[in-house]
Design a binder for this molecule. Structure first.
Ligand code: SME
Length: 166
């Protein structure tokens, strides 16, 4: 459970998110409750959202629930963006300075750093959590640990639903 690396605020948020994962009636509601709670509780999570692999076109990510500025990146091919790279690599990607990463697709001129965490169900990547911050190098080991726990909760929810795409 990697919880000792987290702040007390993150641990209590995780406990709330575990409850959400146990009781959310739909995936959309679970995603919405998670992005709202994270953006309220963690001040440097300035854009907080989910992308899902399109079941009709599995080489493309589709924007799900989010809190933050509107983005033109509502569909992202896996060949593009930090978002595409995180699915292809199947690993969390942390970018301390988005200006220096040629893969970066800009959502807001204010974004300085980004973390993208894949969500797996039955061993396959089905979507991801994407967080942008207006602060440079905002995402530390504890953010990775926290968000990987959240991704595990969403992946577990999907598995209980029968493994449908996020
Ligand atoms: N920055 C992402 C695109 C999504 S927006 O930030 C919401 C990327 O490089 O894939």
């Amino acid at each position: 459970m990697a919880t000792q690396k987290l702040t007390p605020e993150m641990n209590s948020l995780l406990a709330r998110i575990r409850e959400m994962g146990a009781s959310a009636p739909t995936l959309d509601e679970l995603e919405r409750d998670i992005v709202e709670a994270m953006s309220e509780q963690i001040p440097y999570y300035d854009w907080t959202g989910f992308y899902r692999l399109d079941p009709e076109e599995p080489e493309t990510l589709v924007l799900g629930c989010f809190v933050g500025e509107l983005t033109s990146h509502v569909r992202i091919p896996l060949t593009e963006g930090i978002c595409g790279a995180a699915v292809v690599e199947g690993e969390t990607i942390v970018v301390d300075d988005v200006k220096t990463d040629p893969r970066y697709l800009s959502c807001s001129l204010r974004t300085k750093s980004e973390i993208v965490v894949p969500i797996r169900a039955r061993g396959k990547v089905v979507g991801e959590i994407d967080i942008d911050s207006h602060s440079p190098a905002a995402f530390k080991e504890m953010d990775r640990a926290f968000l990987e726990e959240v991704a595990g909760i969403v992946g577990g929810y999907l598995e209980r639903q029968g493994g449908r795409a996020v």
